[in-house]
Design a binder for this molecule. Structure first.
Ligand code: SF4
Ligand code: SF4
Length: 430
């Protein structure tokens, strides 16, 4: 077993839904589909109020290379295009579709294509047209990641099935229930990238998934269960012993990493022309009655998903989209599920813990997987000395939350780092 990287933490795993098979949520009556659900420019709207759409109708066109198209996830009528609450960026232009209770698709979902007959350009085109993005959380457009510059030779493709965030089990269930599709999707990615080596990376707390992949005759790297094992740079270090340079990307060391869910979604796009209109996510936490893994249409309001899971135990609650370490707390529960939503966690409201003074214990330094000095960076940000924060590696921070998790003074370090980064970005534009 590969032990991994320096730093990191091992919070209680709490993966209580790992035996919950994926349930398909009924089609929602109304969806709110943001034109921005990915890294890069928002998609350009292709529909207007009053238009009829079917499932899979392209409603937003990718605007430029680093962007992704968006599609209707239900059949019905566009009733408005307005700014609406967004789980990641606060607010964004959304297409609101009211359903007509039919399951009309814009494509023939039963028409299967032989992926062997397709050229690399056709494969990439299908992935781009379907609006496929990284489903591990970052939502980076997949066709971009699969198109490295010519001078970047890729020898290794790593398929990330670590799901190192506590609580989440959606990827684990996907691996158990759809291993063959994931492997086929991974081989398509390998063909596009001309990568000689394909490795599936799975943490050793998912032994059944590791065995399943090995039975399918693919190479599996079993990794020690440790957070953030699934972060790209840490994964590459653990498996290939290669160090992604500061400010660099995996392709700088001949490697590309894709999530298992992305492989599954891409294969469905290539084989059936199915756009990314739904995704599997974990619903968990003490504040929701039924914890489960659910296949949900993109644009479904979070409160509808919670209703499907038996509703809240009590109010008020704290709702987080994503995992407990990197997820984003929400102000309201009417935000829609977007392509990057890996989980909905509902916790009972907690007492606010007051931030105390730094006691110079260095627990944050020991836990940082990027080898940074969080306490120093935080101090520079607090003093608005952003140049020094940058010099100390603020932009290398992957916002994993290990430092804040370990901090005995309850200093919200990641909050300060996000603020510092946004200030550096804002100042670079003026
Ligand atoms: S949030 Fe940033 S500074 Fe803190 S441990 Fe993670 S990478 Fe290091
Ligand atoms: S863990 Fe918290 S208290 Fe300890 S050095 Fe880091 S910031 Fe200071």
């Amino acid at each position: 077993m590969l032990s991994g990287f320096t730093g990191g933490v091992h919070p209680p795993e709490s993966k209580n839904t790992e035996d919950s098979t994926i349930e398909v949520m009924p089609v929602p009556k109304k969806v709110y589909i943001p034109f921005s659900q990915h890294t890069g420019k928002p998609a350009t709207p292709l529909v207007k109020k009053g238009d009829d759409v079917k499932i899979g109708t392209k409603i937003g066109e990718a605007d430029g290379f680093i962007s992704a198209s968006v599609h209707a996830s239900i059949s019905g009528k566009v009733i408005d295009i307005i700014d609406h609450a967004h789980p990641v960026i606060g607010s964004a232009s959304c297409c609101i579709i009211e359903g007509n209770d039919s399951e009309d698709w814009v494509i023939d979902v039963n028409a299967e294509r032989n992926t062997d007959d397709l050229t690399e350009a056709q494969l990439l085109h299908s992935i781009k047209e379907a609006g496929i993005v990284g489903l591990g959380g970052a939502a980076f457009p997949s066709h971009v990641k699969l198109s490295p510059p010519k001078d970047k030779k890729i020898d290794t493709l790593i398929i990330n099935g670590c799901e190192c965030e506590p609580v989440l089990t959606a990827d684990h269930r996907l691996m158990l229930e759809h291993a063959a599709t994931i492997i086929e999707g991974a081989r398509v990615f390998q063909k596009i990238l001309h990568a000689s080596t394909l490795i599936f990376a799975v943490e050793d707390n998912k032994k059944n998934a590791i065995e399943l992949f090995r039975d399918e005759d693919v190479r599996v790297a079993a990794l020690k269960t440790k957070y953030p094992q699934g972060a790209e740079k840490q994964l590459i270090k653990a498996i290939l012993k290669r160090e992604v340079p500061r400010g660099g990307l995996p392709m700088d060391v001949g490697c590309v990493v894709h999530n298992v869910g992305t492989c599954h979604a891409a294969l469905m796009a290539i084989k059936y022309g199915k756009p990314l209109i739904d995704r599997v996510l974990t619903v968990a936490g003490d504040g929701v009655r039924e914890k489960k893994n659910v296949l949900v249409r993109i644009g479904t309001p979070v409160n509808s998903v919670i209703d499907f899971c038996g509703g809240y135990v009590d109010k008020p609650e704290r709702v987080i989209l994503g995992g407990p370490m990197m997820g984003i707390a929400q102000y309201a529960d009417d935000v829609p599920v977007v392509k990057g939503t890996s989980g909905i966690l509902v916790w009972p409201a907690e007492k606010a813990i007051e931030e105390g003074p730094c006691v110079r214990c260095a627990a944050c330094v020991d836990s940082c997987p990027m080898g940074l000095m969080p306490t120093e960076i935080c101090s520079f940000v607090k003093n608005k000395n952003f140049d020094m924060a940058k010099t100390y590696g603020l932009l290398d921070c992957i916002e994993c939350g290990c430092c804040a998790y370990m901090c005995p003074a309850a200093i919200p370090l990641v909050h300060y780092f996000k603020y510092g980064k946004s200030e550096i970005w804002r100042r670079s534009k003026t």
